[in-house]
Design a protein around this ligand. Structure first.
Ligand code: SAM
Ligand code: SF4
Ligand code: SF4
Length: 337
């Protein structure tokens, strides 16, 4: 085993999130509000987006530097044509132990089987509400919740396990869906994760008052469905996990705002245009597309990543305040959530 590559505060590089597109068919108000991502919005031209071969090459270089987990995201990753081809390529990368994908579920009904056949085994579906009106208001495209539920069912039928369900909770918007969601997804293969609403990007008008804390969420669920804490799978696990005492299923909270976990953050992010970011809130990335296309060898690119990671000292969530809210930040749809 080579020595782990550590950043300035001793965090190893273990995970890579790859955004495969900055486009999305939803306009979730907390991520790509319509007023900003309107009809005239200029998305990345195709020529500026990394090809599957480029992504696979970068993934292999990262695996050589210690990355074991890779998550495909976006924008909406299932909008990228022939994504199955990328999955098949990535399953062949030596050292990658875990490949997964986060999707809004809108195209999952059609795609679940082919994704599974390409080698994907784990999937995360974002779903913020079961109530049709609340869901339509959150995705802001009148997309019917029923179609996402059919997509989740198709994933279960195809054999995906676990299927994680991500719910971003916003005060006064989808709080009423907490319990119905916990009830519906309380058995395997489902693992429900409640996510504190974050101040990503500069367009969603985030306010601390809109955040429902993980503790409050757990109290509200636990009062109806008793929960038993689970020991972390590994030190510094991002989600705080619990078991439903009665059904045996798993549930968790990701408390990025009220109990940040930056000191355990081992994640780099590769944006759709090949920019490499050390943190979800970093406003500048290292361009990997130019060196890839300029013909640099794998060793030289690995060296660029090495110096990038060694210089990393980001820990935004630990220093977040009303003042940091105003700092320029990349949009999550570009960087990859
Ligand atoms: N389009 C896909 C989806 O929605 O699953 C993948 C990309 S999306 C940016 C990844 C995740 O980020 C989703 O689970 C979404 O709910 C979450 N997300 C987006 N904006 C957020 C915010 N302001 N706070 C917390 N989570 C957010
Ligand atoms: Fe699209 Fe996902 Fe952002 Fe919603 S959270 S707008 S589905 S990228
Ligand atoms: Fe990692 Fe940045 Fe999030 Fe902290 S704020 S957990 S460093 S991505």
């Amino acid at each position: 085993m080579p020595e782990p590559l550590l950043d300035r505060i001793g965090r190893p590089l273990r995970d890579l999130r790859v955004s495969v597109t900055d486009r999305c068919n939803f306009r979730c108000t907390y991520c790509m509000p319509k007023e900003v991502f309107g009809k005239d919005h200029a998305f990345l031209p195709r020529s500026q987006i990394l090809t599957f071969e480029e992504i696979t090459r970068v993934a292999a270089i990262f695996a050589g530097l210690g990355v074991e987990k890779l998550r495909l995201t976006g924008g909406e990753p299932l909008l990228r044509k022939h994504l199955e081809k990328l999955i098949a390529l990535l399953t062949g990368v030596h050292g990658l132990q875990d490949i997964t994908l986060t999707t809004n579920g809108s195209l999952l009904e059609q795609k679940a089987r082919s994704l599974f056949e390409a080698g994907l085994r784990r999937i995360t579906v974002s779903l913020d509400a079961l109530d049709p009106r609340t869901f339509a208001a959150m995705n802001d495209m009148e997309f019917p919740v029923e179609r996402v539920l059919q997509g989740i069912q198709a994933a279960a039928d195809a054999g995906f396990a676990p299927i994680k369900i991500n719910m971003v909770v916003r005060r006064g918007v989808n709080e009423a869906d907490l319990l119905p969601m916990a009830r519906r997804f309380q058995e395997p293969p489902f693992v429900l994760r409640f996510i504190e609403y974050m101040d990503v990007g500069n367009t969603n008008g985030w306010r601390l008052a809109d955040v429902v804390s993980g503790n409050e969420i757990l109290d509200r669920i636990g009062a109806e469905l008793p929960l038993v804490p689970l020991t972390p799978n590994y030190p510094g696990e991002v989600a705080r996990r619990f078991r439903h005492r009665d059904s045996g299923g798993e549930i968790g909270v990701i408390t990025s705002v009220t109990q940040p976990f930056c000191r355990h953050c081992t994640r780099a992010r590769l944006a759709a245009d090949g920019g490499l970011y050390p943190c979800l809130f970093a406003n500048r990335g290292l361009d990997l597309r130019a060196p890839l296309r300029a013909g640099l060898g794998d060793r030289e690119i690995a060296e660029l990543i090495r110096s990038f990671w060694s210089a990393r000292e980001d820990r935004y969530s630990e220093v977040r305040s009303e003042a940091t809210r105003e700092l320029p930040k990349p949009e999550m749809s570009v960087l990859g959530g």
